[in-house]
Each structure stands twice: as structure tokens, then as C-alpha cells.
Design a protein around this ligand. Structure first.
Ligand SMILES: *Cc1c(COP(=O)(O)O)cnc(C)c1O
Length: 387
């Protein structure tokens, strides 16, 4: 007889509210027959997110990638944009979709965010903007980036796809730069199945963004720009309103899991847990560790060991964006230009973290990583906790 298969543990699992609580929202949509185009739930979610996040203006989108593409159009960005190779590929794809040349600069060894010291050297007469990413929800060095932008008259668009709910000492991290873009994809801290948003500082910019996400329409018969269809539907917006009721609970559980990992992994030679980057409120969107030379296994061997126990950690971000075929011929994509990112991409492993992950599962994962620690028998019994 084959033993029962253990439930796999993935790097994330989407948070879903009780299904019966969603039915009344659907009944409302069925009654009023407004499915999209800025209906009542769309309006309510924009307001509720402004209140929750502590931002002034926010425009909902069908996903984060279309929001990034539109953010660049809203500010009429052209030429070259300085960005990070250490991100999800959508970051620089949004530049290619606008005919903009990405220029990669290296990341900071502690935060793995775009290194301000490397930005200035990458500026050319064609540079019009900087697109940094708050990787893992850890804030970029926003002050240094703004100083460079001011000195060279550049726009700053933050890819804040990981940074839902993150605050620094002055409030929401999303208030920095000219625009910030969120993703509400299923894998993110706050999800609407698919979705995203642009955060902007003034009402005038929001009007332009709202036009661009609706084909460039400004009225029944007037079209002012080659806009796209980036609108969020009423079903997604309604779902977002319900999700928002559970977000504090979800973030609190993530914080507990992160603290437990840190405690259990603290003494292991060669395992470095990435530290927070000065946030006052963190969101624990990911739990990245770096597998350094002092550890007995390579990153990939450790990843395989976890997989053998049905634990599917992920190598975010491997490979670097600059290594994909549509980018690798750029001069800035050369590894010599990106030594820190190139090292990190070989060492990083994101461990499972999501609100429904149980402490016993975290303990079992940590025991597998702690090779010199727990005897194998104990590890095996902890793995049984998955069944
Ligand atoms: C998820 C993600 C995106 C894309 O968002 P979608 O909503 O999936 O389109 C962009 N940038 C980063 C860094 C992401 O993690």
C-alpha cells in the first residue's frame, strides 16, 4: 500500500474570506446589473483603500502590470528609465510595452533594493525616470532616490506590488515618488483574485489615469489618448471590500510566522534572514533567506531537499530580469554591472509564508534547514504534522 501523500506546502496560499459572506455582494451586483465601468463597488473600494492605506488618491486596475504600463503613460515617460534587475519581470516589461529602454542598476547588498549610489552613474541625457521596487515590501531608500530625481529632474514611479500596508515613520510608503503601483494578484498580501492600483498625489493626475484605463475616453464621443482597458470589474472590487475586513488579521498572522522563522533559523551558520529596511509597519509579504557559503548545502540543494518533503519554496528572484532574452543584450544587463544582484539571485530562497500556515509546519521547515540541529527522527515526526 502506498502511504498517503502529504499535502504540499507552497510558498504562498491566497487568503480567502468565508464564501457565504461574499454572496450578498453578488446579490447586489445581480440586482443593480452594473458589472464594470466604475460602478458602486469600484467607487467604494477606492475610498476604502485610501482610508486603509492612508493615501489621498487611488485608481483601481484590472492588474498590477496594466497599472505599471499606464503609470508610465500618465507621466508621459519616454527614452530611458533606470530600474532594478532584481524583481518580477513585469517591472521592466512595462517599460518595453511603452517603447522605453530599461537601464539596469545594481541593488543594495542589505535590502536588495535598487542602490541609490548606483543610480547616478546610470543617468544619461535620455534618462527621464527611475522605477525602483520595494522588494519583499521592504522600503527603498526613498530619500536618496528623491534627491537624485530632484537633482536631475527625473520622475519616480515605484513598483510597490509587494508593499501593501507598509509604513515608514512618516506614514504610508506609497506616498513617495510621483506614482506608486500596487498589485492585488492572488499571490499578494491583499488580493482581489486579479487586480492592482495606482496611487497618485493629486486629483488632476487621477483624472488622467482614470481616462487612460478607459481607452482614453473623456465623454461619450471624445477620446484624448490611446488608452487601454484597465478597469477593475465590480466582482473584483466587491471581493476587495470583503478582503479588507480580514487584512489586519492576515497581517498579524504573517508577523507571527516571520518572528517564528527568525527565532528558529537564528543560529544556523550560512543562513541569513533578510532584515526589515526601516519600516515602522511591515507586511511580511515574503520570507526570503540567503543561503551563504558557510551553509553545508547550495541554495539549489536546499531547495531540492525541501521539495523532497513536499515543501515548495521559491527562488524569488531567479533568474535576474536582465538575464531574460529580451533584456540580456543591453549593456546594463551585463553581470559585471550587477555584481550584488548576481550574487543574491544565486543565494535567495523564499520560504512559505501565508496566514493559514501552521506553527508546526514552520517548525518542520526550519528543522529541515537546520541540518546540524534536530535529529532526522524528530524532523520526520514534525513533517507528519502536514498530513
Ligand atoms: C506581482 C508583481 C507585478 C505584477 O502584478 P500583476 O498584478 O500580477 O500584474 C509587478 N511587479 C512586481 C514586483 C510583482 O511582484
Amino acid at each position: 500500500m502506498t502511504p498517503p501523500r502529504k499535502d504540499p506546502v507552497y510558498v504562498t496560499q491566497p487568503h480567502l474570506p468565508p464564501l457565504d459572506e461574499f454572496i450578498p455582494y453578488l446579490e447586489t451586483i445581480w440586482a443593480n446589473k452594473t458589472l464594470t465601468n466604475g460602478g458602486p463597488f469600484h467607487h467604494q473600494l477606492e475610498q476604502a483603500l485610501c482610508d486603509y492605506l492612508g493615501v489621498k488618491h487611488l485608481s483601481l486596475f484590472t492588474n498590477g502590470t496594466i497599472a505599471l504600463v499606464t503609470a508610465l503613460q500618465a507621466l508621459r515617460i519616454t527614452g530611458e528609465v533606470i530600474t532594478t534587475p532584481y524583481s518580477f519581470v513585469a517591472t521592466s516589461h512595462s517599460l518595453l510595452w511603452n517603447g522605453i529602454k530599461p537601464v539596469f542598476a545594481d541593488v543594495d547588498p542589505v535590502t536588495l533594493n535598487l542602490d541609490p549610489a548606483r543610480i547616478e552613474a546610470a543617468i544619461t541625457p535620455q534618462t527621464t525616470a527611475i522605477m525602483p521596487v520595494h522588494v519583499y515590501g521592504h522600503p527603498c531608500d526613498v530619500e536618496a532616490i528623491q534627491t537624485i530625481a530632484d537633482n536631475y529632474n527625473l520622475k519616480v514611479i515605484y513598483d510597490a506590488a509587494h508593499a501593501f500596508g507598509v509604513q515608514d515613520a512618516g506614514g504610508s510608503i506609497l506616498r513617495h515618488g510621483d506614482l506608486s503601483v500596487l498589485s492585488f494578484h492572488a499571490t499578494k498580501v491583499f488580493n482581489t483574485f486579479e487586480g492592482g492600483a495606482i496611487i497618485c498625489p493629486d486629483a488632476k493626475t487621477k483624472v488622467r489615469i482614470d481616462q487612460l484605463k478607459n481607452f482614453g475616453h473623456v465623454g461619450e464621443v471624445t477620446v484624448v489618448a490611446p488608452g487601454i482597458n484597465g478597469k477593475m470589474s465590480e466582482v473584483n472590487a466587491a471581493f476587495g471590500l470583503l478582503q479588507l475586513k480580514y487584512i489586519d488579521q492576515a497581517l498579524a498572522r504573517r508577523a507571527e510566522i516571520a518572528a517564528l522563522y527568525r527565532e528558529l533559523l537564528a543560529g544556523i551558520d550560512g543562513i541569513r534572514c533578510l532584515q526589515d529596511a526601516g519600516e515602522r509597519v511591515a507586511n511580511h509579504a515574503y520570507f526570503p533567506i540567503l543561503v551563504e557559503p558557510g551553509y553545508p548545502l547550495s541554495r539549489d540543494a536546499l531547495n531540492q531537499k525541501l521539495r523532497d518533503h513536499h515543501i515548495y519554496a521559491r527562488r524569488y528572484f531567479f533568474p535576474l530580469i536582465s538575464e531574460f532574452p529580451m533584456y540580456r543584450s543591453l549593456a546594463s544587463a551585463h553581470r559585471d554591472n550587477l555584481p550584488v544582484a548576481s550574487a543574491a539571485t544565486q543565494q535567495v530562497l523564499c520560504l512559505p509564508i501565508y496566514p493559514d500556515l501552521r506553527n508546526a509546519q514552520v517548525e518542520a521547515i526550519a528543522a529541515l534547514i537546520d541540518i546540524g540541529g534536530a535529529p532526522e527522527a524528530r524532523t520526520e515526526s514534525q513533517i507528519e504534522a502536514f498530513a
